[in-house]
Design a protein around this ligand. Structure first.
Ligand code: F6R
Length: 241
């Protein structure tokens, strides 16, 4: 596990964007696993700039997002498909046919999870998976628990996550209570995983990750089992202040 500590959020974003840009240059048909939330926004901005400058080409890039609220419609400005369009896809030359996000209004959500995994398997899983981390250590919406689920599945959000995400909604009552999330199986099948950690409120998760102890009560610690992980943390996350 490689750990890079940057002076601030902007540097974290630039370092991460460089890894993804190099990946796209080396393999224009690269399969990327993408995340939402506030952490990757700066990195997406850097990738948009590189695309506009002609440095990277998204036309053949294939993406799989980690998760989506459930139930939610795609036109809801808090849906993750809306977020991805707004923060990346609408600003680069990606082919939307190559974009995959779990369907937050699938009539059969269990089948949706199985179909999502089957599709990822057909593509040979992802080459680089981007992860943020919840302040409780969650990855995607795999929340701390006695057991974790391997496949893509519907899940209940914890009160901590609902509380953390309330900042994006008009009121905490508007935050969906459930989501469909990639399970830890597809995440761990990525050839390379890039984890972004920003802000003092993520310090505890950062410390647990670096402790080397692995526990389902802090899902980010599973990164210790993967052979190619790059952690990029800003100083606030690394030092907790
Ligand atoms: C988002 C996701 C979540 C976030 C995490 C951190 O697709 O899977 O695990 O990465 O909740 O969110 P932010 O970046 O908003 O602190």
């Amino acid at each position: 596990m490689q750990v890079i500590v940057t002076k601030d959020y902007d540097e974290m974003s630039r370092v991460a964007a460089e890894i993804f840009a190099e990946g796209i240059k080396a393999n224009p048909e690269i399969r990327l696993g993408l995340a939402t939330g506030s952490t990757p926004v700066g990195m997406y901005q850097c990738l948009i700039e590189k695309n506009k400058a002609g440095e990277i080409d998204f036309s053949k890039v294939v993406t799989f997002n980690l998760d989506e609220y459930y139930p939610i419609t795609p036109d809801n400005d808090q849906s993750y498909i809306y977020f991805m369009r707004h923060n990346l896809f609408d600003h680069v030359n990606i082919n939307m046919e190559n974009v995959h996000i779990p369907n937050g209004q699938a009539p059969d959500i269990d089948q949706e999870g199985k179909d999502y995994d089957a599709l990822m398997e057909k593509f040979g899983w992802t080459d680089i998976q981007l992860l943020g981390v919840g302040r409780n250590g969650h990855i995607a919406f795999n929340e701390p628990d006695d057991e974790l689920v391997a496949g893509t599945h519907k899940t209940d959000l914890t009160e901590d996550t609902i509380d953390a995400n309330a900042r994006f909604f008009a009121s905490i009552d508007d935050v969906p209570r459930q989501a469909i999330t990639m399970g830890v199986g597809p995440i761990m099948k990525a050839k390379k995983i890039v984890v972004l950690i920003s802000g003092a409120n993520k310090h505890e998760a950062f410390e647990k990750l670096l402790s080397g102890q692995i526990t389902t009560q802090c899902p980010i610690t599973l990164m210790n089992l993967h052979r190619d992980v790059v952690i990029i943390a800003d100083q606030a996350a690394a030092e907790g202040k």
